[in-house]
Design a protein around this ligand. Structure first.
Ligand code: GLY
Length: 356
């Protein structure tokens, strides 16, 4: 079957694994396979994967603990040790079965093991299907900084099958939906209109929505694979969003990535100049429909500003926010000062209080 997308270095299939993976795998002719999953995806997604692909249940591999907290050097050492113990050679195929953490870290380990072995991404969350598994960003967190260590390295293929959404909680599904909203704003007016009509993520026809959302990511990555400029537009909502995500990470009530990015998009849209024609009101309305906004205390504002100083997009010590511009696939840079962060968070707080 023809891939849904063909990037310069790899195909992406969106749709049933059973109709795509077995034929691809057979023609690829790998003799050694190593499967990386986390404890959750091994339990909930591996049975589905085996059933859909017909791969043997005793496929060698490793299991890592689930969660962003374990996206670090120690877990990599564990993965590399298990790769060595399995006698993996450079002709092997690594299968990353999981969300963004498994894909980023499994890809990082594969791309560095014996100077690189092939790997395939089997994303199991909406977040990783629409974003993390496309575009070759691999890496791990270091010294408390997300994705501080990593590289660009392409998989040999990506297979996105919404069958795995049955294994996700509603909260996890919503988390990925924030990136779908982001993609629509960046480059697909028709998708944007479609999203306005949605009320229930469980009732969505995912194959077509996924295709439209992934198409935006594919186009951005093709235009600027190594993030010289335009690709930063995919970071819309993430400058403020990442700071909020980090701020709440070590509290009793952490946010999902998507929940933090939803607040980030709200606040960054608030700062967007009129020339970007960002649909601020419609965006706020859509975000409010799917995300319950968390109050951010005024005392947290300086801490958020401090966290924003770590953002990888910053240059010459200046915080930079990447906004979608009026034309699709255009980027508008903003260099906010602390007062502007304060202003956007105040509007955010006022919106919550007003119950809008
Ligand atoms: N997730 C943002 C990017 O791939 O560039």
């Amino acid at each position: 079957m023809k891939p849904t997308f063909q990037l310069p270095n790899y195909p992406i299939w969106v749709g049933p694994l059973a109709q795509t993976f077995p034929a691809w795998f057979e023609s690829a002719g790998y003799t050694q396979v190593f499967l990386i999953a986390d404890a959750e995806t091994r339990k909930h997604c591996l049975p589905v994967f085996l059933q859909e692909t017909g791969l043997s249940a005793d496929v060698p591999g490793t299991t890592i603990p689930a969660g962003e907290h374990f996206k670090n050097m120690h877990t990599c050492a564990h993965i590399w040790q298990d790769m060595l113990a399995a006698g993996l050679d450079r002709k092997a195929l690594v299968i990353n079965l999981g969300g963004g953490v498994v894909g980023d870290m499994g890809g990082f380990c594969a791309a560095t093991y014996k100077r690189g072995v092939d790997f395939v991404q089997i994303p199991t969350t909406l977040l990783s299907m629409t974003d993390a598994s496309v575009g070759g960003k691999l890496g791990i967190d270091f010294n408390g900084i997300k994705n501080a260590i990593g590289l660009f390295g392409d998989p040999v293929a990506v297979f996105a099958d919404p069958i795995f959404f049955n294994t996700l909680s509603d909260r996890e599904l919503r988390s990925g939906f924030a990136e779908v909203i982001k993609h629509a704003i960046i480059g697909d007016a028709e998708l944007w209109d479609q999203l306005q009509q949605l009320n229930d993520l469980r009732a969505v026809h995912w194959p077509s929505l996924l295709k439209a959302s992934i198409a935006v990511k594919v186009k951005v990555v093709e235009l600027d694979p190594f993030e010289k400029d335009l690709r930063a537009v995919l970071n819309f909502g993430h400058t403020i969003g990442h700071a909020i995500e980090s701020y709440f990470l070590n509290t009793d009530t952490p946010l999902t990535h998507g929940e933090a990015i939803a607040i980030g998009m709200f606040c960054e849209a608030e700062l967007a100049p009129a020339s970007t024609r960002l649909p601020r009101t419609a965006l706020a309305k859509l975000l409010r429909r799917f995300f319950s906004f968390r109050t951010i205390p005024v005392e947290a504002f300086p801490a958020l500003w401090e966290l924003m100083q770590q953002d990888k997009k910053n240059t010459s010590g200046k915080v930079r926010i990447a906004l979608p511009d009026a034309e699709p696939y255009r980027l508008h840079w903003l260099e906010p000062a602390f007062v502007e962060l304060e202003r956007s968070l105040t509007v955010y707080e006022d919106t919550i209080k007003a119950g809008l």
